[in-house]
Ligand binder design. Structure first.
Ligand SMILES: Nc1ncnc2c1ncn2[C@@H]1O[C@H](COP(=O)(O)OP(=O)(O)OP(=O)(O)O)[C@@H](O)[C@H]1O
Ligand SMILES: [Mg+2]
Length: 345
């Protein structure tokens, strides 16, 4: 194989609560899609801490790898936003080495879990918008227990973990072009949660996980309409937020839950605009299973008066035209896995 067509020697792995997804790229100046695949899993498995369920998760990962024809043993793994704490802090302008020791000294007061039980990492974002003498740092922390369990599982399967990356970083890479400077709001509306990322100059500046997704919206429909889960799922994905279908019954059943989500998003937008004065959000990009609810993107656009775009997880990736329809159909499921696979290693 020539140097420009080599399959990159790692793949991206997104362990979502409703499905597992893998993506592998081919190298070259623009990465090209080599392989991808997904497998639905029982949400109980992804959330469980029992060893039996961990084994099932391992089986599912093996299965999706083999179905997709993943050839590499090296894996970049996404960390769900619910498991990682991310914050932006202002720190005195120092040399890189001094910064690291200062951040580690201060970390205990900045993260919610005890420092000795957490893995922390940070990245320099640039000048602080608040204080000329300070710089802005993106600080992330994950409980050791979470990382170690995943490592054990993946290593026991013969895989080599080359990186753990917060989902928020992965979706910023896949959904934005590398030159995006203007503020964007990314919403990954999944099964259990909606992950919110506000970006500026392409880097995340505000990251939150709001515990509202498909499962809570379906639950609202079940409760308010007295129907079973299967029917509720069908109705919700068929009629979504349209008021004129089924006399607005579905809309009325789910609007409360959607409104709660909207007000959480609104709080984040306000917080962002307080810190970055004059930063107007150019566009909202939505992805994830819930983003395909009829008229939900429109509801978001109307609520905030900002253009909403349906995210394209493959926007920075080359692929044959013959695959275009198939890829765009599943695009909303691959933002995390594609972003991981686009990492430059
Ligand atoms: N057309 C559809 N009909 C029914 N359900 C759908 C449809 N499209 C998406 N879904 C639902 O969307 C959810 C999957 O969304 P997504 O793939 O973003 O979840 P996830 O990544 O597993 O979740 P999370 O990121 O919260 O862990 C599932 O609950 C799935 O049932
Ligand atoms: Mg997800």
């Amino acid at each position: 194989m020539g140097i420009l067509t080599n399959t990159t020697d790692f793949f991206g792995l997104d362990i979502g609560t409703s499905a597992i997804r893998v993506v592998q790229m081919k190298g070259g100046r623009t990465k090209a899609l080599a392989r991808y695949g997904s497998l639905d899993i029982d949400p109980k498995i992804a959330k469980s801490d029992s060893n039996a369920d961990l084994q099932k998760l391992g089986q599912a990962i093996k299965q999706v790898m083999s179905q997709a024809g993943i050839s590499s043993k090296n894996v970049a793994v996404g960390i769900p936003s619910q498991r990682v704490f991310m914050t932006v802090v202002d720190i005195d302008r120092l040399s890189e080495k001094e910064l690291d020791s200062t951040i580690r000294l201060q970390a205990d007061s900045l993260i919610p879990t005890p420092l000795e039980e957490s893995k922390i990492d940070w990245a320099l974002l640039g000048d602080s918008p608040k204080d000329q003498k300070k710089v802005e740092i993106l600080l992330g922390s994950v409980p050791n227990t979470f990382v170690e369990r995943q490592l054990d599982l993946l290593e026991s399967m013969g895989l080599n973990v080359i990186a753990f990356e917060p989902d928020s970083i992965s979706i910023s890479r896949s959904l934005l072009t590398p030159d995006t400077a203007a503020p964007h709001l990314l919403l990954d509306m999944g099964n259990e949660a909606t992950d919110l990322v506000m970006t500026l100059n392409g880097a995340p500046r505000l990251i939150r996980s709001i515990p509202i997704g498909t499962s809570s919206i379906i639950k609202a429909a079940i409760q308010n309409l007295g129907i079973d889960e299967k029917q509720a799922t069908q109705f919700v994905f068929k009629f979504g937020m349209s008021k004129d279908k089924l006399e607005g019954q579905i809309y009325n059943a789910i609007v409360g839950t959607v409104d709660t989500l909207m007000s959480e998003i609104e709080k984040s937008i306000k917080f962002f605009q307080t810190r970055y004065q004059g930063a107007n959000i150019e566009r909202i990009i939505v992805t994830g299973g819930t983003s395909v609810l009829p008229e939900l993107p429109l509801t978001i656009a109307n609520k905030f008066g900002i253009n909403v775009e349906i995210g394209n997880s493959w926007r920075n990736v080359a692929f044959p035209t013959s695959q275009q329809n198939e890829l765009l159909t599943v695009s909303n499921k691959y933002a995390v896995a594609a972003g991981l696979a686009e990492r430059v290693e």
